[in-house]
Write a protein that binds this ligand. Structure first.
Ligand code: HEM
Length: 445
């Protein structure tokens, strides 16, 4: 089946409304960027030159000068101005990136062991009957909340801290997907907790940040981005396994076949990249050739799903076997960004932790789901976890998912528009750069 396609081709709202709403939302966000935003690959810069442009040294501005930054800062508050992803290049960025690298380093065995333990503990709580109904993202959130707490503080995560982290991360991801509004008070509860725990962090924090900024750095990097991204990535992987039982069975029977796991993960990330679009603001003129130039201040939007669909036979099919015939390194495949321009610092770490968690899940249950698997996965991945015995009918799940899709897409449109307007009014990034230089120093006009 085509990715995102729905079984049944009737004309009711269940078939066309969700896709229209996604398209409309994309248009609203594009409009926000103004006229200087360009999305790639396109006719001017195709897939063959996509990475050349993405990796250009002048394609390195992150927040200053793009209307879209106000919206991202709004979603990622508090402390978006010190989130690594939003820092402009320079000494402060280097200091923060160094700290993040030291947190995510460590021997593969201990990263795996912790991921396996956290997964087992949460599954012990959740798997109470023979069949358990879950939403995969919700199942994953407490696992990775415990995991990143342990990475930051070097001790097991108390239940109260886990609840604060899950509450915060869920609030961020729901607002990003426009399925819920932001709740600043809920996020502030985690900020207050982290303020009290700052002295207990096991690695040095960035020295160029003030105490409050260090708290926001911890909250944004480990208890938002890390928890959300790993939970989303795991939800995609487990949902793909639920819908491709032959792949799940091969993984379950060969838990030590790391090569096959890597192919399954590469294929999951190819079809369901966590980033829809990553953007950069050009800090100088870029000239790729005589006809292809972009002035300083252009907003370049790099479309991951479109790029990942070029250069493959049957790109819409989930086929881990394709990676036996080609290597991810030479394909149009950049799930963690590109090495030349601020790639994800969890590039090495994530597959290690995800493999350990997947092993534990597949040892304990089989996964079954009939829902639509889309890249943004606003349904959070409804799924049955079955310990043994027969699998219940999946028809009710399919019907419910189609109808939920319809009302959810209307909710997303309404809440998305409200948040876009609110973010425009607050103008968090714009106001910050009215009074601060790119390195965070106050400036007077
Ligand atoms: C499987 C999981 C993950 C995937 C697929 C992923 C993907 C990405 C991608 C594509 C980018 C680069 C986007 C761009 O070019 O602007 C990125 C950046 C980033 N990611 Fe991840 N990520 C994952 C997990 C994590 C985790 C666990 C952390 C934990 C700290 C993390 C922290 C960051 C940060 C801080 C950046 C900004 C890097 C910079 O600008 O220097 N990510 N991620």
């Amino acid at each position: 089946m085509r990715r995102g396609a729905r079984p049944g081709h009737g004309r009711g709202p269940v078939n066309w409304l969700p896709a229209r709403v996604v398209a409309l939302r994309a248009k609203v966000f594009e409009k926000l960027n103004g006229d200087n935003a360009i999305t790639f690959p396109n006719d001017q810069v195709g897939p063959d030159r996509f990475q050349e442009l993405y990796g250009h040294p002048a394609a390195n501005g992150r927040s200053r000068g793009a209307g879209l930054s106000d919206l991202f800062w709004y979603w990622l508050s508090p402390g978006p101005e010190v989130h690594q992803e939003h820092l402009e290049a320079g000494p402060r960025y280097d200091d923060v990136a160094r700290a993040t690298r030291s947190f995510l380093a460590g021997p593969a065995e201990s990263l795996s062991a912790t991921a396996g333990d956290c997964t087992s503990r949460v599954l012990d709580e959740v798997l109470t009957g023979r069949v358990t109904r879950v939403r995969l993202r919700d199942l994953m959130m407490p696992i990775w909340a415990e995991y990143f707490y342990e990475l930051v503080f070097g001790e097991p995560c108390p239940r109260a801290a886990r609840d604060l982290i899950v509450g915060h991360a869920t609030d961020v991801v729901n607002s990003l997907k426009c399925t819920g509004l932001r709740h600043p008070a809920r996020r502030a509860r985690l900020t207050r907790y982290l303020e009290q725990r700052l002295a207990d962090v096991r690695h040095p924090l960035p020295e160029t940040l003030s105490r409050t900024e260090q708290v926001h750095y911890l909250q944004g990097t480990y208890f938002n981005t890390a928890v959300v991204q790993t939970s989303e990535a795991m939800a995609h992987l487990l949902l793909a396994l639920a819908q491709h039982p032959e792949v799940a069975a091969r993984l379950a029977q060969n838990p030590d076949d790391d090569r096959y796991f890597a192919h399954v993960l590469d294929e999951t990330f190819r079809l369901y990249p966590l980033f829809g679009i990553a953007h950069r603001i050009t800090t100088a003129d870029i000239s790729l050739d005589e006809q292809t130039t972009f002035p300083a201040g252009s907003v370049l939007c790099f479309n991951y799903p479109v790029y990942h669909a070029t250069g493959y036979a049957n790109p819409d099919e989930f086929d881990p076997g394709r990676w036996e015939r080609s290597t991810a390194r030479h394909a149009h495949h950049i799930p963690f960004g590109i090495a030349a321009n601020r790639p994800c610092p969890a590039w090495r770490f994530s597959p290690i932790a995800m493999r350990a968690a997947t092993r534990v899940v597949l040892r304990r249950v089989t996964l079954h789901s009939s829902v639509t698997h889309t890249r943004s996965l606003p349904s959070r991945g409804p799924c049955l976890l079955v310990r043994d015995g027969p699998v219940p009918s999946l028809t009710p799940m399919r019907v419910r998912d189609r109808w939920e899709d319809v009302w959810r897409s209307v909710v997303q449109l309404v809440l998305g528009t409200a948040m876009v307007l609110h973010a425009r009014r607050l103008r968090l990034a714009g106001r910050y750069f009215d009074t601060h230089g790119p390195q965070g120093c106050p400036v007077r006009h």
